[in-house]
Design a protein around this ligand. Structure first.
Ligand SMILES: [Zn+2]
Ligand SMILES: [Zn+2]
Length: 389
């Protein structure tokens, strides 16, 4: 059971009627308090968790549309706004609101180990001229046992970021619209005096890039990438099992400035089957037969993933007996033949008897001898042995 999520208003300590400005002030106040660099190493982790929590709340409550969805439907109303259904740092768009508190955007990002995480909009810590690689993406697919037997191809539709066609990924309305950063004169760093010290810190304005965009590209709002629909066919190999992750190289998010794309990882889940239970490469199934078939022996057809096969049941077969159908299991993902199918025989007693059937069974009972039922005989022998003083 996932832990119930806290109310965003409670997290930020504001009322439901709080204005946008009150929300922002509350967030900044809490961000100062919980910044991990202000905490001893021992509770740094805790501070980071807290920081993430308030950032998530702020991300939702600072956006009129998300806030209204949250007010109406609670947490489930905003899940779709997060790239992975859950809030992650990739979803946070307000690092700028903190940069003046913590001495620069890059410093904020790096204190959370987030440097280089953002490919778009100059959020990466990459040096000028160097693009950030595209991020990996994840998806999930369900398959049935017959598909595990043969392997299959499944169409998959998802969204991924592509280099913006309008600006070729520069993020600038005009391709030549980059100007030297006026803040740092193109150095990417600015000098700051603090008491006795003079420190060089990453320029806030250009995030160390040395130049800034004059006017943001309207198609990608300066991010350099836009979210696009992608459709492809996933080849699922025979023998896959739940939890297997298929790697589709280069099918993740686009990189910037010619940097490589991320990969797509597809996690497989095998749906339960009504007849067959999987144990590794072997399959197990139950086969009910009648008391008479078990006693006299018989030939009957048993289901397998390839269709039915004829099975011989020897006379005197006991309930729970296991029979092996060699090579009727699943192929191994690593190759090398198929597993087996194990058939567990369940013996059924007649639920009702006709008058004639009853007569015949009474007749059978009269002529039965103890040694015909070795299990019963053994049981009573043990009981007698134990009762004796
Ligand atoms: Zn663009
Ligand atoms: Zn600068």
């Amino acid at each position: 059971m996932p832990v119930a999520k806290k109310d965003y208003y409670e997290v930020l300590g504001v009322g439901r009627q709080a204005s946008a400005d009150e929300v922002k002030q509350a967030f900044r106040r809490l961000a100062m308090k919980h910044h991990p660099d202000r905490h001893a190493t021992t509770n740094k982790k805790e501070a980071e968790e807290k920081f993430k929590e308030i950032s998530e709340a702020y991300e939702v409550l600072s956006d009129a549309q998300k806030r209204s969805a949250y007010d109406q439907y609670g947490h489930s109303g905003v899940e779709g706004a997060f790239r992975h259904g859950n809030f992650s740092w990739e979803d946070f768009t307000h690092f700028e609101d903190l940069s003046d508190l913590f001495g620069g955007l890059d410093d904020v990002l790096s204190s959370f180990g987030l440097g280089g995480m953002f490919g778009a909009g100059g959020r990466s810590r990459s040096r000028p001229g160097q693009g950030a690689a595209g991020e990996d993406l994840g998806a999930a697919l369900e398959v049935d046992l017959p598909q595990v037997l043969t392997g299959t191809e499944i169409p998959l539709a998802y969204k991924r970021r592509e280099v913006c066609a309008a600006c070729s990924g520069t993020g600038s309305r005009d391709p030549k619209g980059r100007v030297t950063c006026p803040e740092c004169q193109g150095h990417g760093q600015v000098r700051m005096s603090s008491g006795f010290f003079t420190m060089a810190t990453t320029c806030r304005r250009c995030r160390g890039q040395g130049e800034i965009i004059k006017e943001a590209c309207p198609a990608c709002r300066g991010q350099g990438r836009t979210v696009e629909d992608r459709k492809l066919t996933v080849r699922v190999p025979a023998g896959v099992d739940s939890g297997v992750r298929l790697k589709l190289s280069g099918e993740g998010e686009a990189g910037l400035k010619g940097a490589p794309r991320g990969d797509l990882y597809v996690e497989i889940r095998v749906r339960p089957h009504p007849l067959f239970e999987r144990h590794g490469d072997d399959l197990y199934c139950e086969l009910p037969i009648s008391m008479v078939q078990a006693s006299l022996g018989c030939e009957l057809s048993a289901p397998t993933l390839d269709g039915t096969v004829t099975m011989k049941i020897p006379p005197g077969t006991q309930p729970g007996s296991l029979f092996r159908l060699r090579g009727k299991g699943l192929p191994s993902l690593r190759g090398g033949g198929r597993g087996d199918q194990m058939v567990r025989v369940e013996v059924e007693i007649p639920a009702r008897l006709t008058a004639q059937g009853k007569k015949l069974l009474e007749e059978f009972s009269r002529i039965s001898e103890d040694h015909l039922f070795p299990g019963i005989e053994k049981f009573w022998r043990q009981v007698k042995g134990w009762m004796k003083p």
